[in-house]
Ligand binder design. Structure first.
Ligand SMILES: [Zn+2]
Length: 383
């Protein structure tokens, strides 16, 4: 057996213990105290391994934890990325704390994605203990992935911290099939389109009004027509708001668009089109503002990503993990932020499980070991 796998096998119960410890702290995206508790546990583990830690304020949604393992001078770091927030409200741990039955782990965030952090940390620990680390390793752990980094500067923190990375792994979970890892993902953004019209009494002097709702209605038809499912582009007018009373011509109406795209070039084109629709009103004397509330870059399977996948696949077969398959998903992933910064990244290297964001969420305990060993072996071999 491979020395890394052998070492990690002896650490298996410690891996499960650390998983239990962080699962049993409620940490929904907006719970700064809960997030801080998880960060404290992770920081202690990072320091124990020999990593330096620091925190970066990300605004209203808490902070990002950065752990750095020094390496040989001149070598670019490997980046490991993950998030410590879950979608479950405070009190969930009390109702259904961490449980392990045979190989099945359950508890809030057990698939999405707290154990991924344990996988990353123990991979680093194995490299350190076996003196196999040449390259520096940087771990970026964020606190509001489940909110798509809305109202925070987490996006910028990831973009800045991953800069100059040699390659990266995102530690989100893999759905059911252990051979699957992620090489591409659509990107997403939320765009608020707000029409400003002119209010007037609809009974007394309707001719003075300019209806923001009527203008928005025209725009919604045009915005929806930007969807091109075959090209992987979708524009969903998911929320509309406007008007105050039946007898007032509404002076304000807004729609929030959920936009998905396959490439970042499509995103830029879409944004141009949305702005051009906003700039050419049907109802005269109305104006429209367009605001991108949040965005996640698409994760494109660039030649560098495909090369990284091929190398990982080779190591996986060498160390007895088995053949890997590159898959993609429809959901936006933080891995896209790294790929867009020219850091080739493979996604979904965390635990193997299913039913994210639901009470049935579960993950395989054995995958803590196999995934951690795969990552450590890869870093050791690639050097
Ligand atoms: Zn996640």
């Amino acid at each position: 057996m491979n020395q890394i796998t052998d070492y990690l096998q002896k650490q298996f119960s410690a891996m499960v213990e650390l998983t239990e410890e962080i699962i049993n702290v409620d940490s929904p995206s907006n719970d700064i105290a809960g997030i801080q508790k998880v960060a404290d546990i992770l920081s202690a583990k990072m320091r124990e391994i020999g990593m330096q830690t620091r925190q970066r304020d990300s605004g209203k949604q808490g902070m990002a934890l950065i752990g750095e393992l020094p390496g040989e001078e001149g070598l670019q770091p490997v980046i490991l990325l993950g998030h410590m927030d879950t979608v479950f409200p405070k009190g969930t741990v009390e109702q259904r704390p961490f449980k392990l039955e045979k190989d099945r782990m359950t508890g809030p965030g057990i698939f999405d994605m707290k154990p991924g952090l344990v996988i990353g940390l123990f991979a680093i620990q194995a490299l350190v203990k076996l003196k196999l680390n040449r390259r520096p390793v940087k771990m970026i752990v964020v606190s509001d992935e489940e909110k798509l980094h809305m109202d925070s500067n987490t996006y910028n923190i990831i973009a800045k911290e991953c800069q100059g990375g040699a390659y990266g792994f995102n530690l989100e979970g893999t759905k059911d099939d252990p051979s699957h890892v992620g090489t591409h993902n659509r990107g997403g953004m939320i765009v608020d389109v707000t029409v400003h019209g002119r209010a007037a009494h609809s009974g007394a002097e309707p001719e003075k009004g300019r209806s923001a709702i009527i203008e928005l209605a025209h725009q919604i038809i045009k915005l929806s027509a930007l969807s091109d499912l075959q090209a992987g582009v979708h524009v969903n007018c998911g929320v509309i708001n406007g008007g105050t009373s039946e007898n007032i011509i509404p002076d304000r109406a807004t729609t929030s668009l959920g936009v998905r795209f396959k490439t970042n070039q499509q995103r830029d084109q879409l944004l141009e089109r949305i702005k051009s629709i906003a700039a050419t009103p049907t109802v005269s004397d109305t104006t429209t503002t367009v605001k991108v509330r949040t965005k996640i870059d698409s994760m494109e399977d660039t030649p560098a990503v495909n090369k990284l996948f091929a190398e990982l696949n080779q190591v996986a077969q060498q160390v007895g993990y088995g053949k890997l398959r590159a898959v993609g998903g429809g959901g936006a992933s933080d891995a896209g932020i790294m790929v867009a910064r020219n850091v080739p990244t493979i996604d979904a290297l965390g635990v193997v499980g299913d039913d994210a964001h639901s009470e049935k969420e579960h993950a395989s305990a054995k995958s803590l070991l196999t995934r951690s060993s795969l990552i450590a072996n890869f870093i050791a071999q690639k050097g």
